[in-house]
Design a protein around this ligand. Structure first.
Ligand code: DGL
Length: 272
């Protein structure tokens, strides 16, 4: 039965597990197949052509696992490859950008929104385009924060170095009187406490993982693909490389234990 198929989720690595965590709490009965492209991370510093090629391969891999929908749990891939994926595949494909943009628009009171993300997401102006398409009156201030990715992966969630780097990255945004800040990279929710302290308590942080999970829920409902299961769904995890620290870092991102992680060789991924 189509309804009982899992939801596929992919990311360039482990960041997408913050999205899986949200999906599990919004849709606890749904099963999930996760693919983290840990062998080819980061996507944030790669060309658009490469990110599109990898995203197509990852989607094909998930479809081979029998998923009913695909969540692109990577802001970089969402900002670059979403249209291409929707052209190539006919399952619902949900990205991070529009849900996060909409949530930020719903939250802002002074129409000044900040966005932080990888270099690729920021240089593609993914969020500012999405926000301005919905409401052209809103001012958007964007800042690439590439060092947040390794800091999150290092588990430095409250480290002094993280505070110092956050101070440096966020000082420009602090001067813009923003009242809402989009965490436009799936790694950043891990550093939310530091980001909140540095940007100020009066700024609302937007987690695109929460926003996109709500969109997945409404989309599955709209097309009649919600599971009828009465029991909690299961999750399987595939990665293209298994770094030694994977399990502990992945559990930090997911907020719970992972039993098994299966390694898939990049050369075995479906060809573009
Ligand atoms: N997961 C990516 C994102 O959300 C960050 C890591 C990368 O650069 O691949 O943009």
């Amino acid at each position: 039965m189509e309804k009982e198929k899992p939801i596929g989720v992919f990311d360039s690595g482990i960041g997408g597990l913050t999205v899986v965590k949200r999906l599990m709490s919004v849709l606890p009965k749904e099963s999930i197949v996760y693919f983290g492209d840990t062998a080819r991370v980061p996507y944030g510093s790669k060309s658009n052509e490469t990110v599109i090629e990898y995203s197509i391969q990852n989607t094909k891999f998930l479809l081979q696992k029998g998923v009913k929908a695909v969540v692109v749990a990577c802001n970089t891939a969402s900002s670059i490859a979403l249209n291409e994926l929707r052209k190539n595949f006919d399952v619902p494909i949900i990205g991070m950008i529009v849900p996060g943009a909409q949530m930020a628009i719903d939250e802002t009171r002074n129409n000044k929104i900040g966005v932080i993300g990888t270099r690729a997401t920021i240089s593609n102006k993914a969020y500012s385009k999405a926000i301005k398409e919905i409401n052209s009156e809103i001012e958007v201030f964007e800042k690439a924060c590439p060092l947040f990715v390794p800091l999150a992966e290092e588990g430095w969630t409250h480290h002094k170095a993280t505070y110092e780097i956050a101070e440096e990255y966020l000082k420009e945004l602090r001067e813009k009187s923003i009242d809402t800040l989009v965490l436009g990279c799936t790694h950043y929710p891990i550093l939310a406490d530091v980001i909140q302290d540095v940007i100020g308590k009066n700024v609302k942080l937007i987690d695109s993982g929460i926003a996109s999970s709500e969109v997945v829920r409404s989309e599955l409902h709209r097309i009649g693909l919600e599971t009828n299961s009465a029991i909690p769904g299961n999750a399987s995890f595939y990665v293209s490389d298994l770094p030694t620290t994977f399990k502990e870092v992945a559990e930090l991102f997911l907020g719970k234990q992972i039993n098994e992680v299966i390694k898939v060789d990049v050369s075995e991924l479906p060809k573009h």
